[in-house]
Design a protein around this ligand. Sequence first.
Ligand code: CO
Length: 154
Amino acid sequence: MAIRIIRTDHDPILRKISKEVTSFDEKLDILVEDMIETMHQADGVGLAAPQIGVLKRVIVFDLYDEDGPMALINPRIVEQNGLQMEEEGCLSLPGRHGVVKRPLSVTVQFEDLDGETYEITGEELLARVLCHEIDHLDGILYIDKEIVLEEKAE
Ligand code: CO
């Protein structure tokens, strides 16, 4: 396992569209292991492959609960409901955070490391993490969706 360098700020790779994973091989296993290690080392709750310079549709997350870290290959949102507005940050945009509008719950279809298809439904924090990380696969950062709260008039 190895810790990879997290791409930040204006690195153009963060704006590229990642490619679908078609080979469920040992290389993919190593990528996922490295992503989880890199996320843990950075105290993050989620990481997408382009953040370490790999343009593949792979995300990992860990809410530090009993479910442990999880990897989703080729994740796609198949259902979303409700609305939440909470603060987000991003390991690729250190030192800042902002409020983003997200669905309250999302159902995501994905493949596991063996290429088997599953679904996961997340609410609240997990829904935010899933949406945020899937956005990374399309070159979208939370600052693109950030809601700038209007300052109150004096
Ligand atoms: Co991010």
